[in-house]
Design a protein around this ligand. Structure first.
Ligand SMILES: Nc1nc2c(ncn2[C@@H]2O[C@H](COP(=O)(O)OP(=O)(O)OP(=O)(O)O)[C@@H](O)[C@H]2O)c(=O)[nH]1
Ligand SMILES: [Mg+2]
Length: 416
């Protein structure tokens, strides 16, 4: 059964984006399978340091809680430990702040061992300062004299939590070491590494699956795509090899969200490495979403936060099938696709080809028949367009990245 919750938030004076944020909170609650039974808002210059809401509104919320039989209050902001404790005390029910809500969604979605550890670590990191704060509170109350039982218990809990974080870190490092080896292996590959990035639910996994389908790759290679916030929590790297196009490695990863809580960004640090090491980012934007411009901006800011702002990035507007009249709005420097159909997919592949061969030269080569090793090495890096076998050798024409030219200069010949 869905948990019945009351959504509540402070509408701070300078916040012009409040309604959208509340809508998003509703979406997050939904993603956590909660039933929103009521909404309470208070307009204030800023949130109250002690109890988030003003005292009058707290009484009202208490009444509404009783009327609606809500089991918990979900807050628009991340709260301080003391705000949470005071709210819990005055409302006498469970308080879930925005960070906890997101952590709960991640907990539900985590499927692989790595994702589960990352989420648990983020939860412990969220808990720790709260526990510390509670223990400080106890120390102050005891006035440094006899340590009360409660305080001793808190100290034990704190140590247990710290030990758990250390052990999770160790376990995660083990898993990530294996992944790092795979990553290094891929790094040596001549194939370009492209990473899908974007707001959660923009359609990143669907784009990956569509390209896999065009690559005629096995069905098992497909990744999970779902109309859910944070459907993807793991990084999946796949080889995209569509006939007539240059192959590349494509990675799908966790979606972004406005004010993504710090513990989550920290715990998913290694997962985001895939993005940091990419040669190109494909920023997928859901153009059917009325809020797409804000979400695009949030993605750009998140990329800055994780140190990826300098990477080349191509913007891809997705879900055009859901928009009726886009013609006038279309930008020349962006791509428009529908990952649900063929629309724009070939243009996307052509644009990726152009990017891959942007810094390349068209050349001709001749190899003797006993130079097979050198010849196959050229095939690794070049896009070969023609191959002619003659008496005195094999003649080839094609494109080669400029930086590789010196390696095969000895085989260059006049045009065939
Ligand atoms: N109509 C339409 N729906 C799409 C398109 N692309 C994706 N979707 C739907 O959008 C929803 C989200 O797609 P995903 O591919 O899971 O989105 P994502 O960006 O990977 O999301 P997260 O993993 O949560 O970050 C799914 O229900 C998809 O079927 C599209 O071009 N058109
Ligand atoms: Mg996904």
């Amino acid at each position: 059964m869905r948990q019945r919750v009351l959504l509540a938030g402070i509408w701070e004076q300078e916040n012009s984006d409040f309604e959208r944020q509340m809508d998003e909170l509703r979406g997050l609650a939904d993603a956590c399978e909660m039933e929103v039974v009521d909404v309470m808002v208070q307009k204030l210059p800023r949130m109250q340091p002690a109890s988030y809401f003003g005292s009058g509104r707290l009484l009202e919320i208490k009444e509404r809680l009783a009327e609606s039989e809500a089991e918990a209050v979900v807050l628009l902001h991340e709260c301080t430990p003391s705000q949470l404790r005071n709210l819990e005390r005055s409302l006498n029910c469970r308080i879930i702040d925005r960070t906890q809500l997101i952590l709960q969604i991640f907990e539900r979605r985590a499927r692989t061992k790595e994702a589960r550890i990352q989420v648990e670590m983020a939860m412990c990191q969220y808990e720790l300062p709260r526990l510390m704060h509670a223990s400080d509170h106890w120390s102050r109350q005891a006035g440094g004299r006899n340590k009360g039982k409660g305080e001793q218990q808190l100290a034990l809990d704190k140590r247990a939590l710290q030990r758990r974080i250390t052990s999770l870190k160790r376990e995660l490092a083990g898993i990530q070491e294996k992944k790092e080896t795979q990553r290094r292996f891929r790094q040596q590959s001549p194939l370009k590494k492209i990473a899908l990035v974007g707001y959660t639910n923009a359609g990143k996994s669907t784009v990956l699956n569509h390209l896999l389908m065009l690559s005629e790759q096995a069905k098992e290679k497909q990744v999970l795509e779902q109309d859910l916030l944070f459907a993807t929590l793991d990084t999946n790297v796949r080889l995209i090899q569509v006939k007539g196009h240059t192959p590349f490695l494509l990675s799908d990863t966790v979606g972004f969200l406005e004010h993504l809580p710090k513990p989550l960004l920290a715990a998913f640090d290694a997962t985001l490495k895939e993005v940091q090491k990419a040669d190109l980012l494909l920023h997928i934007i859901d153009i059917s979403d009325p809020q797409f411009a804000i979400k695009r901006e949030v993605t750009i800011q998140t990329l800055q936060r994780i140190g990826c702002a300098q990477l080349p990035c191509m913007e891809v507007y997705n879900k055009v099938d859901l928009c009726s009249d886009l013609q006038e709005e279309k930008r020349n420097d962006a791509l428009y696709i529908s990952a649900h159909s063929e629309e724009g997919m070939r243009q996307l592949l052509t644009a990726l080809d152009a990017w891959q061969w942007e810094d390349s030269v068209a050349l001709s080569w001749r190899f003797a028949y006993d130079q097979q090793r050198e010849l196959s090495s050229l095939y690794t890096y070049a896009d070969i367009e023609t191959r002619t076998e003659k008496e005195n050798g094999i003649y080839l024409q094609g494109k080669l990245p400029s930086k590789r030219r010196s390696q095969f200069r000895g085989y260059e010949c006049e045009e065939i």
